[in-house]
Design a protein around this ligand. Sequence first.
Ligand code: ZN
Length: 100
Amino acid sequence: MIQFTCDLCGIPINPETSRRFVVKLEIYAIESSLEMVPLENSTDPLELMEKIIESAEDDIAEELPKNKTERFDLCCNCHTKFKSDPLGRKMNRKIQFSSN
Ligand SMILES: [Zn+2]
């Protein structure tokens, strides 16, 4: 049987007796290359559009950062905490945290 462990509190999660929650986080940079294309020295709007499209395609092929996807297993308690504070903002403000 596959044994799961909560990635937050570290307790073992038995799928037969308790609920297991999976959190998937996807982190990626937003591309704004279209705004960065230089517009100088062009008189022909069609030519300009071609340049913009070519430039955007180049950027996508060469410079698009890799998406980062993370997956976490959470127990029922940690799932409840995560739902109410996904970015840990409340947690950072708390200095004291009871560790059972
Ligand atoms: Zn937990």
